[in-house]
Design a protein. Structure first.
Length: 728
């Protein structure tokens, strides 16, 4: 697979400002400096995703012509930068054609004399964050100190306020100093994604004495992250068109897929709430001399608390008109998905390079793409095939969105999809393999727009080999007695590279309880009825009822140094840990097995609950692998009544309340899927097993007055799967 880099490019913002004081510390200003007057001058770079450097008035416009700056001087402390305040949350304002009109203005930027929050206000509508009295004064370098440290932010074209923001505003707090920077430097309250697009922050800029007199470069970067989505197809003999997206992850049954709501608007679906508003705390976790060796030394980080507005999906716009035109004998004038990764079809606006701004999230959940689409034969026959419910999961590891990073998810529709070609009431017509996906994220680390790969999402290519087997059939013979060899290729590089380090923890073999597709195996691994824990070798029971019995210990040797049955029976030498041998002896004919390569082990498990539709006298099984849990209406009544609408939270169940004329209270379960908020007056109950939820033991009839739930467990592991069919 060709490596595909999408990166956030720097945009240089060439602004200048001078500042001075009549006396600073014990030394008078260095009038012999390169600046002539010894004033502190500022210059600015702006990291603007995927754009070239921007200067002057254009750059000033992006910042809305204003920013706040905190500047301190002194010596670096063990756990903080310098602490003596010089610029106490000063407001700096841009005005065209004013350069040179004052001693402190050399490039149309001024801060001296501004007194925001008072009358007359030099910059209307801006709050005063500084604790100084009166107007802002000019500043000079103090050569008796070791260093200066600067932090700045801008709300762009949105108005900063210290009260609860409304549309067109952003709530701000003053920038802190000292050790407080590592926990809360300052805070934004963002009412919507439109406001988020205009907010910019900086890392801590440290200026040592050797650089006094030079321009101080404050590099602004976007507080929001940027995400885009694209699809392409590799289906021999067919083209793909008429892609429709699901807004919720429909159940695994064709009949449900037929009735599910679909749209031409593209969506990624989350297993939890995605913030659409919220409070974003900016902090600098590693500051001070004791942390100078850390990779994120003096770097800004964020902590997001979602606001009232959340969603379980995020839209990226419709697939654009850069659909590829018919290239063979498809219908004239029709448009189809791009046919390779370079020509992938993107969703959204070309003017925005297809990116949408999203709230940064440091701890995320898996995302799902679910689509219908049409296959059209390219041989001129006019044949079409409608595919329903094709699905791909992006593990949570790859859905953490950081400020000023640009993320691209590219999904590939292959000739083997896990959708259905019918919507009748059977699951027998499901395809063979999941949609695979590729994505690369990169950041520009400095003003030269240097590219550095941050995250590469890939599905490793798994090759299985048994001497004499038909390469076009996924069947391996038991009677030959010849072992099966496995090699894993890292397809994120070009050319692909061999995966090393195969071991008992990441190279696994499972016996399947039934014939299954790779997509179904992957779903079982990600959504289980059994806990994952830290043991990657445990047996698995999937939410889809597929059972995976681990046979790795007896059947896989990950330390082989040669493939015995190579071409013409000649052995092929290999390095230990680069090939796995599946021992054919001990496998069973007419059984399916799944070879699983653990790309990333599980580090997070989340209990999910789904209601079971039962009435009195309905049997509830508590003695099988299907464990059910009951919740009494008494427990619901003792829960928390929502005083105001709130976003559904992980680990809670929600119920609406109805009271009739006789005073009888009834409860109805509210599914959080697709809901941004749960209304006020509803009941919120912690989904705690052993306290509120009681496990059903033994087979019994459902009891009136109880709700029953089926539990499954999601995890953030990443897996590659190859199904192997053993024949006689």
């Amino acid at each position: 697979m060709k490596k595909n880099l999408f990166f956030v490019a720097l945009a240089a913002l060439a602004l200048a400002s001078c500042s001075d004081d009549t006396f600073v510390g014990e030394n008078s200003p260095n009038l012999g400096s390169a600046n002539g007057d010894g004033g502190i001058h500022f210059g600015f770079d702006m990291q603007n995703a995927t754009r070239a450097d921007i200067y002057g008035a254009s750059a000033a416009e992006l910042l809305g012509g204003n920013f706040y700056v905190e500047g301190t001087k002194g010596s670096e402390e063990t756990s903080s930068p310098s602490t003596t305040v010089v610029f106490d949350n000063y407001l700096v304002n841009h005005a065209m054609n004013t350069a040179g009109t004052t001693a402190s203005n050399t490039a149309n930027w001024e801060y001296v004399g501004l007194n925001p929050g008072t009358a007359p206000v030099a910059v209307a509508g801006f709050p005063k964050l500084s604790s100084i009295t009166g107007a802002q004064t000019i500043k000079y370098w103090d050569y008796s100190t070791d260093q200066y440290d600067f932090i700045a932010f801008s709300t762009g074209k949105k108005t900063p306020v210290t009260t609860t923001p409304t549309t067109g505003q952003v709530g701000v707090t003053k920038i802190a100093t000292g050790t407080a920077l590592s926990t809360t430097a300052y805070t934004f309250t963002i009412p919507d994604e439109a406001a988020l697009k205009d907010v910019y922050i900086t890392d801590i800029v440290n200026v040592k004495k050797a650089n006094y007199g030079n321009e101080v470069v404050l590099r602004f970067k976007s507080l929001g992250a940027k995400v885009r989505l694209a699809l392409y197809e590799k289906v021999p003999g067919y083209s793909v068109s008429d892609v429709k997206f699901y807004q919720v992850d429909a159940a695994e049954a064709p009949a449900d897929l037929k009735t599910a709501t679909k749209t031409t608007e593209s969506y990624l679906i989350s297993t939890a709430s995605i913030p659409m508003s919220g409070t974003i705390k900016v902090l600098y976790p590693h500051i001070g001399s004791s942390n100078s060796s850390e990779a994120d030394y003096n770097k800004a980080s964020t902590d997001v608390t979602p606001g009232v507005t959340t969603d379980t999906k995020h839209g990226f716009g419709e697939l654009t008109a850069n659909y590829t035109i018919a290239e063979n004998a498809e219908a004239a004038g029709a448009y189809y998905l791009g046919r390779d990764i370079k020509n992938a079809t993107y969703a959204g606006s070309k003017a925005a390079e297809y990116y949408t701004t999203v709230f940064p999230v440091s701890s995320s959940n898996a995302l799902t793409l679910r689509v219908d689409y049409k296959l059209t034969a390219t041989d001129g026959s006019g044949e079409t095939i409608q595919v329903y419910g094709a699905r791909a999961s992006v593990p949570a590891k790859y859905t953490t969105w950081l400020p000023n990073y640009a993320y691209t998810y590219i999904f590939k529709i292959s000739d083997a999809t896990n959708g259905w070609t019918t919507t009748d009431a059977t699951t027998e017509n499901q395809g063979l393999y999941p949609i695979t996906f590729d994505a690369v994220v990169a950041e520009a680390t400095d003003a030269t727009a240097e590219q550095r790969t941050v995250t590469t999402v890939y599905t490793p290519s798994i090759t299985t080999y048994q001497q004499g087997h038909d390469k076009n059939a996924n069947e391996y013979s038991l009677t030959t007695g010849k072992d099966i060899y496995v090699r894993v290729m890292n397809t994120s590089t070009s050319p692909a590279t061999l995966q090393t380090g195969l071991s008992a923890e990441n190279s696994l073999l499972y016996e399947l309880s039934e014939d299954a597709t790779e997509g179904k195996v992957l779903d079982a691994l990600l959504m289980r009825k059994t806990a994952v824990g830290t043991a990657s070798t445990a047996d698995v029971t999937g939410r889809n009822n597929l059972g995976l019995t681990n046979v790795s210990t007896a059947q896989i040797d990950n330390t082989v140094t040669q493939i015995v049955n190579g071409a013409d029976d000649n052995p092929i030498s290999v390095s230990s840990g680069t090939a796995g041998k599946i021992k054919i002896s001990g496998l069973t004919a007419d059984k399916s097995y799944a070879y699983v390569y653990v790309v990333t082990p599980n580090t997070k498990e989340v209990n999910q609950f789904e209601p079971v539709s039962v009435t009195g006298s309905s049997p509830i099984s508590g003695s099988s692998a299907d464990k059910f849990y009951k919740l009494s209406t008494t427990t619901i009544a003792a829960g928390t009544e929502l005083a105001a609408a709130e976003a559904p939270a992980e680990g809670y169940l929600y119920f609406s309340v109805t009271k009739n004329g006789t005073g009888t209270t009834t409860y109805s379960y509210i599914s959080p899927i697709g809901k941004a908020t749960i209304p006020a007056g509803c009941m919120k109950v912690a989904a705690t097993i052993g306290t509120n939820l009681t496990e059903v033991t033994g087979d019994q009839n459902a009891e009136d007055g109880n709700f029953y739930f089926d539990k499954f467990i999601t995890n953030n592991g990443e897996y590659a799967v190859k199904v192997i069919k053993i024949v006689a």
